[in-house]
Design a protein around this ligand. Sequence first.
Ligand code: GRG
Length: 327
Amino acid sequence: MNYDEELKKAQETAEKLIRRYLPDEKSTPGRLAEAMNYSVLAGGKRVRPVLMLKTYEMYGGTDMGLIGPFAAAVEMIHTSSLVHDDLPDIDGDLYRRGRKTTHAEFGPALGVLAGDALMNWAYETAVLAYDGGARSGRTESAGGAETDQTGAVRGNRECGDARGERVTRALRVLLTRTGICGMLGGQSVDVENEKNGTLQFPKETLDYIYLHKTAALIEAPLMIGAILGGASEKDTEVLEQVGRKAGLAFQIRDDVLDVTKTTEEIGKPAGSDEKNGKTTYVTLFGVSGADREAQRLTDEAEALLEGLSPDVHFLREYLDRLAKRSR
Ligand code: GRG
């Protein structure tokens, strides 16, 4: 399979998993599940689940009942952050992923609740990995836990419960990279600086924000793919560093797209950073300086990948394309 075929297959798998684990609108009162599903199903590049699925595969993992709930969960967390980021009291954007934002479609109260509920549903989904990935009695077939005739899961609780230990470690990564030491912590520094009217703050503050609000959620899928795939501690730490550098590069490229592309091209309002008076890599270093820094960080991330034992060709190419992406 060539790179493009591999990417297409991983995106299709991610899409299927995300849909599989979304809440059922019919069995949920009111419009909350509809608002949650609206934002997730608006599309998006599915970068985080693709990174997770391909890292897991790189370490020989084949159990969709183990990786699937986590792949869906990381996209739910990412989407919940977008829903909240667009709220009137944060960026106040009306357009995202090529359609009206969740609060613009459902009102600000449901915008808040859909973001909260997606975050919680992500954890309700990730924990399904302990028992083979099924929400109600069914289990995955692709190498996952098997069920006997009564539907009881067997095979996961033996040998010191290696599966359970991996799931717990993966959960810890997902929670910490999302919380106050991760995405939420970075976002709070971002909004506090913005609301204080701090116009241009130094690169060190900007790096703190980017490493937390964006890179933490790029580190998490790489690390979780490695942990669930049985990688060594050392490889998992290397992948954390890869995610840190690639995640910073990803956010810097986002800064560049905000000023160089149209709203139609990026599916969200172009020029939003300027409208909100934000300090970005573009305001500090200009478009070409920002692009150079994104490429430098990506080269460093790729060099780290080369030190790993499995075949890293897909991840290397993917990170490179993300640093040059046009949406
Ligand atoms: C969820 C309770 C809760 C709070 C959210 C708003 C917030 C806290 C965090 C903001 C984090 C944020 C929006 C970071 C920007 C990261 C970024 C570059 C997003 C764009 O990601 P893409 O390009 O988007 O992967 P698609 O739409 O393709 O998925």
